[in-house]
Design a protein around this ligand. Sequence first.
Ligand code: IPM
Ligand code: MN
Length: 352
Amino acid sequence: MSYGSYRIGVLPGDGTGPEVVREGLKVLDAVRQGFDVELEEFDLGGERYLRTGEVLPDDELDRLRDKDGLLLGAVGHVDVKPGILERELLLRLRFELDQYVNLRPIVRYPGVETLVPSHGEDDVNMVVVRENSEGLYSGAGGFHRKGTAHEVAVQESINTRHGVERIVRYAFELAMRPDRRRKLTLVHKTNVLTFAGDLYQRVVDEVAREFPEVETDYVHVDACCIYFLDSPGRFDVIVTDNMFGDIITDLGAMIQGGMGIAAGGNINPGGVSMFEPIGGTAPDHIGKGTINPLAAIGAVQMLLAQLGENDAAAKVDRGIRHATSKMKSMRAAEMGYSTGEVGDLVVEGTRA
Ligand code: IPM
Ligand code: MN
């Protein structure tokens, strides 16, 4: 029997990133059966930038490119001007590795209290397929007459047929997986963004013909926010552009119970994918053992699923459900659990 070994790049990053990644790796180790992992840690993020001026040297990018999967903690630093780490590290990784899918499951785990009392436990179960390689994030645009009274700032949304089609196809294929409900909703703003929105809608209509079993729907992004609160059960798979996907997944995290649980994957189906808790560096929690590691542990679950290690991924899922049913809230510390204890609860649940 062959015994696989995966080379995983670990980017703990800044803030609470290292604390939550540690718990993620603890869980990875607990569920590893029938395969090996070879971890290589990368020192990238605000601390490194402040120390050396380097954000993402090309040789490190090449080493990352060569991995089977990547696990990222968080990047961001109060002493680094906004935009540098975001654009030159996180977005550069997503773009250079062509991780064109940002996959963000929105799941309500057992026992978790959320801010929306009208939601039942089964109401929230969807996945957002966020376009991750273009749109407003492309970086196209510029200033004209900067700093004058006549300044012009242009930020362009780039939407290519190729880019839209590949994300829409990914979403349809996802909707057909056995664990989904075969419903795909396009979220956009076609009534105002009449060029980009039109391209998205046309591509959805065309690709839909190849997937007759998938029911398709359309919702404006503003109305989508209402439905997340009012009737989230109407969503199974959502496909949307980069910017809208960024915004609605923060709201999505809140209807899961909070940022402490929200995991996401930057996926290149034919290359190397990078998984992360979407909550960021959480400066208030640094070094206190109060940050909830479940999002990072969820990222490990997604990483395992992407590698095809479905049994191990299912074990992590069981572990998370075991932990949430004890914790009752995503604010782990308020419930009397430290970061490490939450990790231990998950490990305990993976063995059950
Ligand atoms: C996210 C983050 C990033 C994004 C930032 C940090 C660039 O908000 O992963 O959702 O906008 O994509
Ligand atoms: Mn975001």
